[in-house]
Design a binder for this molecule. Structure first.
Ligand SMILES: Cc1ncc(COP(=O)(O)O)c(C=O)c1O
Length: 440
């Protein structure tokens, strides 16, 4: 296993957080995050040692296997060699525990007893509940209403690990009450749930509660790079000398960054690699939104972050890939895209589910709806390799299994799902809220 994480901020420094008085100093985060994680957030060190205590936790399920998708290749008749990194084998079923155990461990080191967080699809909430149970900490999760209703089993997983899970918007916070008053039937959004979780953390006067974010932040991207660093070693063992295409689905950006950033490092140093983050066509942050300064949450509790954003008030349509319904994108992923190091792609959900079904029937694993976006892009690339008659090496991140997301498959298989194109006017309207904000 790799013993260090890779920090892309050393090579592609992202723009600073911005507050009303200019760049936000590290100390300002003290009520929200423990200072050891804040230091990581601001770090420009390229390689960061993984503490022994975290390595021990990670070895419960890592290294994660890298599979060659022989059956999918055969079904497509492609000359491409397709590999996928199987992050679905973690106890919570996705890549999320890679940073959950790291964040819980750093918080515990700092003397924190209780973590609050938000969750979209429930994958992150269950990962943090799992991590907190390993470390004997308390965990409270605000789960986006639409997923809370669609995915009762994720809530039960959190409870089995000793976590508390409530639907967001809730009546427990000011942010939640304000939204409910205006939109009583809202499906919720990650932006709203983040506001609630931050408020719940900073309003605990005991000082023993902090907030934990499952994606978007620099330190989360860094914790996930263990994925790509393992993949590099595994590809070498498999005898591969060159990678042509690297693919990951992108919601907040963490599983994509985890696989891709070590390859972005190679690209910066001269390698010719096509690196593709894939998002839903109904929430097209990287492909249709501008690169701006915006808040990470709806209630504007976070400072401004330089990123591609559909606007902090954007409530995405309730597509089934709940983990990809976020108005913004990790600042580091945004910066890398802005520098031309990535080639973002948006795909509609029907193509994604079709790809997920083909994957399940060839490779055998039922992918999470989020993951199907990476598979759909992989299939497009494999078909392109076939047309061009090229033996490309394609690697994608199998970010999670879909065994808790079968309702989406039910809707797809019974023909109830439709595609949803986000009209340009809606995007334009939401971005009006950013008038007067600084530009990166
Ligand atoms: C399986 C899976 N993949 C991908 C994502 C998207 O998040 P991120 O872009 O941070 O990897 C999620 C989020 O919940 C998820 O559960």
């Amino acid at each position: 296993m790799p013993r260090q994480w890779y920090n892309l901020a050393a090579d592609v420094p992202n723009d600073p957080f911005m507050g009303p008085d200019g760049p936000v100093p590290a100390e300002a985060w003290a009520p929200v995050f423990p200072m050891n994680l804040v230091e990581q957030e601001y770090s420009r060190e390229r390689w960061v040692d993984i503490p022994e205590g975290i390595l021990e936790l990670l070895t419960r399920w890592r290294p994660a296997p890298l599979h060659r998708a022989y059956e999918l290749e055969a079904a497509l008749g492609t000359p491409a060699r397709i590999y996928y990194k199987n992050e679905s084998l973690s106890p919570a079923g996705s890549h999320k525990p890679n940073t959950a155990v790291a964040q819980a461990w750093y918080n515990k080191e700092f003397g924190i007893k209780r973590l609050t967080t938000e969750t979209g699809a429930g994958q992150w909430g269950s990962a943090l509940a799992f991590a907190c149970s390993l470390l004997g900490m308390e965990c409270k999760v605000f789960m986006v209403r639409i997923s809370f209703d669609q995915k009762p089993y994720r809530k039960l997983m959190m409870q089995a690990w000793g976590g508390e899970c409530i639907a967001s918007p809730s009546t427990e916070t000011q942010a939640g009450r304000a939204i409910l008053e205006k939109f009583p039937d809202t499906p919720g959004s990650l932006g709203i749930a983040i506001s609630e979780a931050i408020e719940a953390a900073v309003s605990d006067k005991s000082g023993q509660t902090r907030y934990s974010l499952g994606s978007v932040l620099n330190h989360v991207m860094m914790h996930q790079t263990i994925i790509g660093l393992e993949v590099k070693k595994q590809l070498e063992k498999a005898g591969e000398k060159k990678v042509d295409v690297v693919i990951g689905c992108a919601g907040g950006g963490s599983n994509f960054a985890g696989l891709a950033f070590p390859f972005v490092y190679d690209k910066i140093n001269g390698a010719d690699i096509d690196i593709i983050p894939v998002e839903p066509a109904s929430c097209p942050t990287l492909t249709k939104a501008p690169y701006v300064y915006d808040h990470g949450d709806t209630a504007k509790m976070t400072p401004l972050v330089a990123m591609y954003s559909l606007g902090h008030n954007f409530i995405p349509p309730p597509i089934h890939a709940g983990g990809l319904r976020y108005h913004g994108m990790a600042s580091l992923v945004s910066k890398a895209a802005n520098e031309g190091l990535l080639r973002p792609l948006a795909i509609h959900q029907l193509e994604c589910y079709k790809a997920g079904i083909l994957f399940a029937r060839t490779e055998g694993i039922i992918p999470a709806p989020e993951t199907t976006h990476a598979i759909a892009a992989t299939i497009r690339e494999a078909n392109k390799a076939k047309e061009e008659g090229k033996e490309k090496v394609i690697v994608f991140n199998f970010s999670g299994h879909g065994l808790m997301d079968l309702l989406g498959y039910d809707k797809y298989l019974s023909g109830e799902l439709t595609n949803y194109d986000l009209p340009d006017e809606v995007i334009k309207k939401n971005l009006e809220d950013l008038a007067g904000y600084p530009m990166p």
